[in-house]
Design a protein around this ligand. Sequence first.
Ligand code: FE
Ligand code: CA
Length: 559
Amino acid sequence: MFLAGSAAIVLGTCSSTSSDGAATTPPVSTEPPDTDPATTTPSTDATMPPTLTDAPTTEPMVTAVASPETPSPPGLTTDPFTLGVASGDPDTTSVILWTRLAPDPLRGGGMPDEDVLVAWELAASDTFATLLAAGTATATTDHAHSVHVTATPPAGADADAELFYRFRVGDFTSPVGRTRIAPTSAVASASFVSASCQNYEDGFYTAHRDIADQQLDFVVWLGDYIYEGASQEIGAAGAVRSHGTPEPKDLAGYRDRYALYKLDEHLRAAHQSCPWFVIWDDHEVENNYAATTPQDPAETDGFVARRQAAYQAWWEHQPVRLDPPAAAGEYRIYRAIQWGDLIGMSLLDTRQYRTDQACGDITFSLDPPCAETFDDDRTLTGTEQEQWLFDTIGKQGTVWNVIGQQVVMADISLNGAILNYDQWDGYPKNRERILRHLADNAVPNAIVLSGDIHLAGVAVLRAGAAIGGADGTPVAVEFVDTSISSGGLVPPETADLVKSFKEIVDVELAHRGYTMHTVTPSTWTATYRIVEDALIADSTVSTYGRFIVDAGTAAARIG
Ligand code: FE
Ligand code: CA
């Protein structure tokens, strides 16, 4: 099944061993190249070709990495790579490569009802003249013919080098993705984007075109990758595009919704441009759901099964280093990531474990908060995740210590009234415990990244602050990214009022876009990129402003 016709020669190291590095597999090994355990084909057909030349262990040796061939599955006559490729969750040894075979993407994928072998290749250039690793993975019917490969460059390869990958099945070859693994050593500079909220109907993905142009180290996606809303006619309620299908409530519905979003060329380009770290917010399931409580009490029956379907479809469509969700129960996605000695980041899940929103989840009410808001046991993170965060944040030995999460943490209360109970304002005791932890443990250079609210904002978070009360002590800077395309929620004419809130440094309410972070050991620079008009395809993108945090301070200055 495997032909060496397209074998390439690469430098390896005879002494190097790797549990999953295909290129470092010993000569004439019968071990299959490692891929995700859930998708690996346990077949000796996956044996890597033998080394062409042996050499003393002290010298670099030449290893051949052959391009695997795959049979053309019956009935596959059109391009199955309509949804593009993606990579994600790089660590210091490997990166996850993703694709999903879907020749008929908007109608269940259109694949034959059988598992299909997919070849993958990791290379040092986009010509694929030099393969660093290669293998096969099985795209299963159970997981919508998605593929999650753990790709490991050889141990001797340059850990900071650009990597390129692609997939093949039968006669079809995927687009090429650019990726990398995480650095191990001192990092002088890193650049990444935080982004969220891409309602397909509300606007075009011009911001993703701009992200793709940036040649970043990585993207952190903070949620609302899909919106579960029903389909609107183009022109109705401001829709510039139409979902075209009813509100998804089962696995088939969520899969088709992900496929629609991934058919956007700019979103595919942003994925192909660099690895992503992906977490979810509410719309991957349903607006403002809380744990197993749906927004609409009338939808309670069947909501757990609906959430399960949504979680599975999320896994099937994201390049995450996670096992697929089990058939029932909780599904942990919160995790820590690291970029050398520069950035440690705790990625949270503030939806799955939260207490239901207080006070009926009313927004923009000027009434005083109801008493339950201040209950000690109200939680956005859940007890276990909160403890995990305390065990993780500031313990990675990095200059900057980041919490990447979904909803705004800054106090945006107005004269003691909570304007949005879905955010951290609605969970003040949980928030105070976290900010107090940062202060009490002197966690250095704490940064919070948020999305959800479709505005660009900068805030200084304070421990010991109270809604409508004490000012507290600055402990962290929060950067809120505006939405990629989802419509604004806070009227632009209220900008001066919002800027007057005690923790707010600046807001920009009128534009869509994202935040680019350029990080060095001495400064964190957040550049707010905004799309002139997301209702027009391929509008222009410009910089709204830059905000700089100097290491050792919990303050943001205009750059
Ligand atoms: Fe959103
Ligand atoms: Ca949201």
